[in-house]
Design a protein around this ligand. Structure first.
Ligand code: GLU
Ligand code: ZN
Length: 478
């Protein structure tokens, strides 16, 4: 038999900004296709007219592109199996509804929402899982006509007849078996004529020749329904793999309180695409090692065998680790885009690259860079309590010696930190931390940061002198 090309897809419902859990689904499907040299499709499952919004689809395309994901077919770029929005596929669907009605695999159901709710309630209180009770399964033509006359708008329901269990081989969970009695007849066309999830999802996978569906395990119980539906129509079903859902660091399903919950929020916070991808690759997918990987390397490494059933822990510390890794790989040019216009104007052009290189290891997010612009090229931030302590303990004598040493550098020349500390040491006997920390705090307002000589070398010599002089006079720079 000829080997089927690998075609995967991501099929979001555009009802909000794309959630990180769904981003991982998209990412894994892209990796699977790329690994096999196949194709990756984006399909918008927007049949819920009330909740689906065109602007959310637009935002999703933009956010996923920003992340570095690319698809071969989709609502934004077209392709041979369009349209790629389910809301535009109604005509395609109608022939399949007709066929199912004709073969008796589907029937019109006139039950109202209220009736269905009531039936669910009764079953639940009897301790049974709720299934469609079958009220409309065998309606006669006359019974149907009566209901039509009452103005009832029917849904179309798929008939799950008694028979052998539905079995399939899950790429992640192994062989699965579902008893038909547990499935119950399900709606495939809503009363307003739109396609229900099971239907559009299954039909489109088949029509778009999708070979592999990777999705969260919350969909595993939908799969037997979709397989039955495709079987009834003589359509090919894809291979399914259901991986574990993402949970927060406390093991609970991922939500707002675990940090960002949409890709857009991560993006706005300043996370870098590579950081997100490196973290997500390792969420529910075993990676060979902890080395930084580029997207092509991830695709080469990705394998469904490495997908796990254990809950995938979304971890802000891990994400932070990858953020640092991503940051170190940014070019000076890319990093410069973290400066807003105001800050950019405060950094002298000829110092820009050296400044960015220097402060890079001390950054995490774009907001962090502002502090260093202030420290090197602006006004010193008001010292915190710990910082003030260092200054107070050092005392005026310390800074008198320091400022004199700094001013001995001829005008415009970079003061030498060594010359300053030598002078202070000679004058006060201070050494070790007592010598270096007050000087660092005096010049930067902080106890951490890049090498002090490197900082001083980028600063205006006059600023260095001014900061030390103020302290020598017994007052902090304000
Ligand atoms: N629209 C469905 C969802 O967003 C697609 C599920 C699937 O991947 O099959 O959950
Ligand atoms: Zn009914």
């Amino acid at each position: 038999m000829e080997k089927m090309p690998v075609i995967t897809r991501f099929a979001p419902s555009p009802t909000g900004y794309v959630h990180v859990g769904n981003v991982r689904t998209a990412f894994f499907n892209q990796l699977l296709a790329e690994h096999a040299g196949g194709r990756f499709i984006l399909r918008s499952e927007d049949t819920d007219q009330e909740r689906s919004k065109a602007e959310y689809l637009e935002a999703l395309v933009e956010d996923l592109h920003w992340l570095g994901l690319r698809w071969d077919e989709g609502p934004d770029c077209g392709g041979p199996h369009g349209p790629y929005k389910q809301s535009e596929r109604g005509e395609l669907y109608s022939q399949y509804y007709d066929r199912l009605l004709e073969s008796g695999d589907a029937y019109l159901c006139y039950c109202s929402d209220r009736e269905l709710k009531l039936s669910r309630k009764v079953q639940l209180s009897a301790g049974r899982p709720p299934r469609y009770s079958g009220t409309c399964r065998e309606l006669s033509a006359q019974e149907r006509a009566e209901r039509e006359a009452q103005g009832r708008e029917p849904t179309l329901r798929f008939r799950v007849s008694a028979g052998e269990p539905v079995v399939f081989e899950d790429l992640v969970r192994g062989s699965q078996s579902f008893a038909r009695e547990d499935i119950g007849d399900f709606v495939i066309r809503r009363a307003d004529g739109s396609a229900a999830f099971f239907f559009g999802n299954a039909i489109d996978d088949s029509l778009m020749q999708v070979s592999h569906v990777l999705r969260g395990e919350d969909h595993v119980a939908n799969t037997p329904r979709q397989i039955l539906l495709l079987q009834a129509l003589g359509l090919r079903a894809p291979v399914y793999g259901h991986f574990s859902l993402m949970v927060g660091d406390d093991g609970a399903p991922l939500s707002k309180r675990h940090g960002a919950s949409s890709l857009r929020e991560l993006r706005q916070a300043g996370y870098l695409p590579g950081a997100i991808l490196n973290h997500f690759l390792r969420l529910g997918h075993k990676a060979a090692n902890d080395d930084w990987l580029e997207l092509e390397q991830m695709a080469a490494e990705f394998h469904t065998n490495a997908l796990g059933r254990a809950p995938a822990r979304y971890d802000m510390d891990q994400l932070g680790h990858w953020q640092k890794e991503a940051l170190m790989r940014l070019s000076a040019h890319e990093l410069a885009s973290w400066l807003d216009d105001g800050d950019r104007n405060r950094v002298p052009n000829e110092q820009l690259d050296a400044f960015l290189e220097l402060v890079k290891p001390n950054l995490m997010f774009p907001v962090d860079i502002k502090v260093w612009v202030d420290v090197l090229f602006g006004e010193l931030p008001v010292p915190g309590e710990t910082e003030q302590q260092w200054l107070d303990n050092a005392g005026a004598e310390f800074f008198t010696a320091a400022s004199e040493a700094a001013s001995q550098a001829t005008s415009g020349e970079t003061p030498s930190v060594k010359a300053i500390t030598d002078a202070v040491k000679a004058a006060t006997g201070a050494k070790g931390k007592q010598l270096f920390m007050p000087l660092r705090v005096a010049l930067t307002g902080r106890t951490d940061g890049p090498g002090l000589q490197d900082i001083v070398s980028l600063m205006n010599p006059a600023t260095v002198e001014k900061r030390l002089k103020k302290l020598a006079a017994g007052q902090a720079e304000s």
